[in-house]
Design a protein around this ligand. Structure first.
Ligand code: ZN
Length: 233
């Protein structure tokens, strides 16, 4: 095989390794951030549930206060009944007392409903607390594993970069800049094999002359369509 192609294939493999490790190194903090966002959302959800439950109890206490106010009013009406001698006034007070009693009954019904809702809320808060603790523990584990993965990729990348530089030195300078240019524009590979007379980079049929050139050791052949450097075993 053309020794320049051979050197380029080694470089291409090492370039790929560097790209993979760089991606892995950058991916770790991105995934850690995603885990943190998920956890923050769970925390917010839980705070909201706690707040809603506290509000139910606050609402019930308000109703309770209204009941007490109405009870005090009834006591006042009864005292007035004892003091009055007018039948008309007495009857009006009976009416007031009955009205207040009916309202108290309604308030107490609402209080009962709120008590039930509060109990349900407390149970949900307890369950949510447990779930949150589990989610937090899992997130911590996940973050530690991601951190480790990122650090491993960073360490491997250091070695890979040295190997990449080493491979670059074995490629003639003008070929290297051409290779880099092609790689940058194609994104995947700059050096590809010829298979069944076609370029394996763009899959176009090559001319017989180009396919033959790909077998030569004294020149570099390139695909007429995509410009990638070619080799044939
Ligand atoms: Zn091609």
């Amino acid at each position: 095989m053309n020794p320049t192609i051979e050197a380029l294939l080694v470089l291409q493999a090492r370039d790929l390794r560097v790209a993979e490790l760089s991606e892995a190194q950058e991916e770790a903090p991105r995934q850690i951030a995603a885990v943190e966002r998920e956890l923050a959302a769970k925390n917010a959800q839980f705070s909201e549930l706690k707040q809603r439950t506290r509000q139910i109890e606050a609402d019930r206490k308000k109703l309770d206060l209204e009941v007490k106010t109405k009870e005090a009013a009834i006591a006042r009406y009864r005292a007035q009944q004892l003091a009055t001698r007018k039948n008309e006034e007495f009857a009006a007070l009976i009416h007031e007392i009955e009205h207040a009693q009916a309202e108290i009954a309604k308030l107490e019904d609402s209080e009962l409903e709120l008590m039930e809702a509060y109990d349900k809320g407390l149970a949900a808060v307890a369950a949510g607390e447990k779930e949150l603790a589990q989610v937090e523990a899992k997130a911590k584990e996940k973050k530690a594993a991601l951190q480790k993965r990122g650090e491993a990729a960073a360490a491997e990348l250091k070695t890979a970069l040295i190997q990449q530089a080493d491979a670059e030195q074995k490629v003639p300078e003008e070929v290297l800049s051409r290779y880099r240019r092609i790689l940058k524009s194609k994104g995947d590979k700059a050096v590809v094999a010829v298979e069944h007379g076609s370029c394996t980079g763009c899959h176009m049929k090559l001319t017989t002359q180009t396919a033959n050139s790909a077998r030569r050791e004294d020149l570099l052949a390139a695909c007429d369509n995509c410009g990638r450097l070619l080799y044939a075993d």
